[in-house]
Ligand binder design. Structure first.
Ligand SMILES: [Fe+2]
Length: 173
Protein backbone atom coordinates (compact mmCIF):
# COMPACT_ATOMS: atom_id res chain seq x y z
CA UNK A 1 0.00 0.00 0.00
CA UNK A 2 1.32 3.43 -0.90
CA UNK A 3 2.32 5.44 2.14
CA UNK A 4 1.09 8.99 2.51
CA UNK A 5 2.73 11.92 4.23
CA UNK A 6 0.39 13.51 6.72
CA UNK A 7 2.37 15.39 9.30
CA UNK A 8 5.49 16.77 7.65
CA UNK A 9 4.88 20.46 7.04
CA UNK A 10 8.01 20.99 4.97
CA UNK A 11 6.73 18.52 2.40
CA UNK A 12 3.12 19.59 2.45
CA UNK A 13 3.85 23.21 1.79
CA UNK A 14 4.20 23.97 -1.89
CA UNK A 15 5.75 27.29 -0.94
CA UNK A 16 8.50 25.78 1.23
CA UNK A 17 11.93 27.20 0.32
CA UNK A 18 14.17 24.62 -1.26
CA UNK A 19 17.91 24.26 -1.95
CA UNK A 20 19.63 22.06 -4.51
CA UNK A 21 22.64 19.92 -3.63
CA UNK A 22 24.25 17.98 -6.48
CA UNK A 23 20.96 18.17 -8.34
CA UNK A 24 18.94 16.98 -5.32
CA UNK A 25 16.44 19.42 -3.78
CA UNK A 26 16.09 19.88 -0.05
CA UNK A 27 13.62 22.16 1.77
CA UNK A 28 15.44 24.77 3.88
CA UNK A 29 13.51 23.68 6.99
CA UNK A 30 14.48 20.01 6.65
CA UNK A 31 17.01 19.90 9.47
CA UNK A 32 14.55 21.47 11.90
CA UNK A 33 11.82 19.07 10.77
CA UNK A 34 14.16 16.10 11.29
CA UNK A 35 15.08 17.26 14.79
CA UNK A 36 11.42 17.78 15.64
CA UNK A 37 10.50 14.28 14.48
CA UNK A 38 13.49 12.82 16.37
CA UNK A 39 12.29 14.57 19.53
CA UNK A 40 8.84 13.10 19.03
CA UNK A 41 10.34 9.65 18.56
CA UNK A 42 12.40 10.08 21.75
CA UNK A 43 9.22 11.00 23.65
CA UNK A 44 7.70 7.77 22.36
CA UNK A 45 10.76 5.90 23.70
CA UNK A 46 10.26 7.53 27.10
CA UNK A 47 6.61 6.42 27.14
CA UNK A 48 7.63 2.87 26.24
CA UNK A 49 10.33 2.85 28.92
CA UNK A 50 7.83 4.07 31.49
CA UNK A 51 5.51 1.18 30.62
CA UNK A 52 8.41 -1.30 30.81
CA UNK A 53 9.47 0.10 34.20
CA UNK A 54 5.99 -0.34 35.71
CA UNK A 55 5.34 -3.89 34.50
CA UNK A 56 3.27 -5.78 35.43
CA UNK A 57 1.25 -2.95 37.01
CA UNK A 58 0.88 -0.88 33.89
CA UNK A 59 -1.54 1.94 33.19
CA UNK A 60 -3.75 0.37 30.52
CA UNK A 61 -4.85 3.74 29.18
CA UNK A 62 -1.20 4.69 28.70
CA UNK A 63 -0.64 1.42 26.82
CA UNK A 64 -3.51 2.24 24.46
CA UNK A 65 -2.36 5.80 23.84
CA UNK A 66 1.24 4.78 23.28
CA UNK A 67 0.27 1.88 21.02
CA UNK A 68 -1.72 4.17 18.76
CA UNK A 69 1.24 6.55 18.32
CA UNK A 70 3.90 4.05 17.30
CA UNK A 71 3.12 3.07 13.72
CA UNK A 72 1.95 6.48 12.41
CA UNK A 73 4.99 8.22 13.91
CA UNK A 74 7.53 5.77 12.54
CA UNK A 75 5.96 5.82 9.09
CA UNK A 76 5.98 9.63 9.02
CA UNK A 77 9.60 9.99 10.05
CA UNK A 78 10.86 7.14 7.90
CA UNK A 79 9.11 8.43 4.81
CA UNK A 80 10.39 11.94 5.46
CA UNK A 81 13.98 10.80 5.93
CA UNK A 82 13.94 8.50 2.92
CA UNK A 83 12.27 11.02 0.59
CA UNK A 84 14.00 14.23 1.71
CA UNK A 85 17.02 13.68 3.95
CA UNK A 86 18.79 10.56 2.69
CA UNK A 87 19.00 11.55 -1.02
CA UNK A 88 20.72 14.82 -0.07
CA UNK A 89 23.00 13.12 2.44
CA UNK A 90 24.02 10.51 -0.13
CA UNK A 91 24.61 13.17 -2.77
CA UNK A 92 26.88 15.05 -0.37
CA UNK A 93 29.03 12.06 0.61
CA UNK A 94 32.46 11.67 -0.88
CA UNK A 95 33.42 8.37 -2.51
CA UNK A 96 35.21 7.06 0.57
CA UNK A 97 32.36 7.95 2.89
CA UNK A 98 29.78 6.46 0.53
CA UNK A 99 31.51 3.08 0.72
CA UNK A 100 30.33 2.70 4.29
CA UNK A 101 26.78 2.21 3.01
CA UNK A 102 25.40 3.75 6.15
CA UNK A 103 22.24 4.90 4.38
CA UNK A 104 21.50 1.35 3.23
CA UNK A 105 21.79 0.25 6.83
CA UNK A 106 19.56 3.06 8.05
CA UNK A 107 16.92 2.15 5.46
CA UNK A 108 17.11 -1.50 6.56
CA UNK A 109 16.71 -0.43 10.19
CA UNK A 110 13.58 1.51 9.23
CA UNK A 111 12.04 -1.68 7.85
CA UNK A 112 13.10 -3.71 10.89
CA UNK A 113 11.74 -1.07 13.27
CA UNK A 114 8.39 -0.96 11.45
CA UNK A 115 8.06 -4.75 11.68
CA UNK A 116 8.99 -4.62 15.38
CA UNK A 117 6.52 -1.73 15.82
CA UNK A 118 3.64 -3.89 14.61
CA UNK A 119 4.44 -6.53 17.24
CA UNK A 120 4.79 -4.00 20.06
CA UNK A 121 1.59 -2.23 19.01
CA UNK A 122 -0.35 -5.49 19.03
CA UNK A 123 0.90 -6.33 22.53
CA UNK A 124 0.14 -2.90 23.97
CA UNK A 125 -3.30 -2.73 22.34
CA UNK A 126 -4.15 -6.12 23.83
CA UNK A 127 -3.09 -5.00 27.30
CA UNK A 128 -4.87 -1.69 26.88
CA UNK A 129 -8.08 -3.54 26.08
CA UNK A 130 -7.80 -5.61 29.25
CA UNK A 131 -5.85 -8.70 28.22
CA UNK A 132 -3.86 -10.10 31.15
CA UNK A 133 -0.09 -9.76 31.01
CA UNK A 134 1.06 -13.35 30.71
CA UNK A 135 4.81 -12.89 30.89
CA UNK A 136 5.87 -9.48 32.14
CA UNK A 137 9.56 -10.28 31.82
CA UNK A 138 9.22 -11.21 28.15
CA UNK A 139 7.12 -8.13 27.45
CA UNK A 140 9.66 -5.93 29.21
CA UNK A 141 12.43 -7.49 27.15
CA UNK A 142 10.48 -6.79 23.96
CA UNK A 143 9.76 -3.17 24.86
CA UNK A 144 13.35 -2.46 25.86
CA UNK A 145 14.67 -4.08 22.71
CA UNK A 146 12.39 -1.87 20.66
CA UNK A 147 13.03 1.51 22.22
CA UNK A 148 16.74 0.89 22.62
CA UNK A 149 16.93 0.14 18.89
CA UNK A 150 15.05 3.37 18.13
CA UNK A 151 17.41 5.36 20.36
CA UNK A 152 20.53 3.89 18.76
CA UNK A 153 19.16 4.74 15.32
CA UNK A 154 18.42 8.32 16.33
CA UNK A 155 21.84 8.68 17.96
CA UNK A 156 23.56 7.63 14.73
CA UNK A 157 21.46 9.99 12.60
CA UNK A 158 22.10 12.86 14.99
CA UNK A 159 25.83 12.20 15.05
CA UNK A 160 26.40 11.57 11.34
CA UNK A 161 23.45 12.59 9.16
CA UNK A 162 21.93 15.63 10.81
CA UNK A 163 25.16 17.68 11.09
CA UNK A 164 25.76 17.16 7.36
CA UNK A 165 22.21 18.24 6.52
CA UNK A 166 22.54 21.32 8.74
CA UNK A 167 25.81 22.31 7.07
CA UNK A 168 24.31 21.78 3.60
CA UNK A 169 21.26 23.91 4.36
CA UNK A 170 23.43 26.60 5.98
CA UNK A 171 25.87 26.62 3.08
CA UNK A 172 23.09 27.20 0.58
CA UNK A 173 21.18 29.78 2.62
FE1 LIG B 1 15.92 7.07 10.45
Amino acid sequence: MKRKLQRVPSLRSRRARTRKVSGVSIPAASAAAMMRLHDEKLRLCEALESIADTLPNVDRFSCLGTANRIVPLLRDIHLFEEAVIFPVYEAALTGAEASFQSISRLRAEHIEDECFADEVTEQLLGIGHGRPIGNAEALGFMLRGFFESLRRHIAFEREHVLPRIISIVDAHS
